[in-house]
Design a binder for this molecule. Sequence first.
Ligand SMILES: Cc1ncc(C[n+]2csc(CCOP(=O)(O)OP(=O)(O)O)c2C)c(N)n1
Ligand code: SF4
Length: 332
Amino acid sequence: MTKKIRNLKEFSTSNDRYEGANLMCPGCSHNIIVREVLNATDNPVLIATATGCLEVCTAVYPYTSWDVSWIHIGFENASTAIASAQVMYEVLKRKGRLPESTMRAIEEGREPKFVAFGGDGATYDIGFQWLSGCFERGHDFMYVCLDNEVYANTGGQRSSSTPIGASTTTSPAGNVSYGEKMMKKSMVEIMADHGAPYVAQVAPNKWKDLVKKIQKGFETKGPVYINAMSACTTEWKHAPENTIDVSELGVESCVWPLYEIINERDEHGIIYSTKLNITYRPKNKIPVEEYLAAQPRFKHLFKPENRHIIDLWQKMVDIRWENLQKREEAGV
Ligand SMILES: Cc1ncc(C[n+]2csc(CCOP(=O)(O)OP(=O)(O)O)c2C)c(N)n1
Ligand code: SF4
């Protein structure tokens, strides 16, 4: 049963399964995204969270911010933990051994949903092998990457999601360096190439688009991957009150395009068809420079000797945006 959502006020207060008063930094997008995901459904939700800011700041024993079944697991394997819980659920259902409350929810059309949250360090790098395995085997769960483009919880080291030019503690900008040297890994496409039936990129500021995709993901059988832009006040170094504005600049410049990929895959893993939809098209695509200028992690790029990196950024974003449009047009 898909939850009906009328407006933002109703949406933001429609469900209270995640306590906002926790130890996350003020303005942290992780908090916003988790609330949006949980509020997208009235079904029971079971969650596994990889080590990282979200886990460390929301479960300081004996306190918890979670009013749902919640598993903390190693940094690398939130995916396997939640996939295993889902398999266990199927077995118990088949054997008629589920608790009465769960049976009631199922009868009311509210089948439990299984979700894993991980940062980009947990997802793009250290947990990738587990995630890839779960997707290859076709487990029925949703994986949400809270992509703040850095290992925030351990002091801001670069990850394979850190974009070119960002200053991080392991790719610091200074006299001899303009910061990170590599472009970001194409995680959305990589996960889609696993043949996942539904893969999407979202941003917390475009909440209606986000909720629609989460609801679509919850209705999908099989592995679902959601890549969520998660502006990090501490490591992107913008003011807490600017989180949503920074996210908006990311979307309006097409640095963070909003799109989805739908695959038809059979039980042998053969992908019969792939369809890419762009779900938000900026009316006036703004220069990437405006996005970069809003975040002090890129401030050194505005020195004359580093301006060429801003040009490179713009070139990369334009090429990707054009490719997405070509793929959408071609229906592949
Ligand atoms: C196997 C393993 N390696 C390293 C660590 C240390 N560690 C804990 S949290 C963390 C960073 C998490 O970064 P990310 O997944 O991007 O999440 P964020 O904190 O940015 O939300 C690291 C390196 C660990 N717990 N386990
Ligand atoms: S360091 Fe970044 S990701 Fe971690 S709690 Fe603070 S704002 Fe959120």
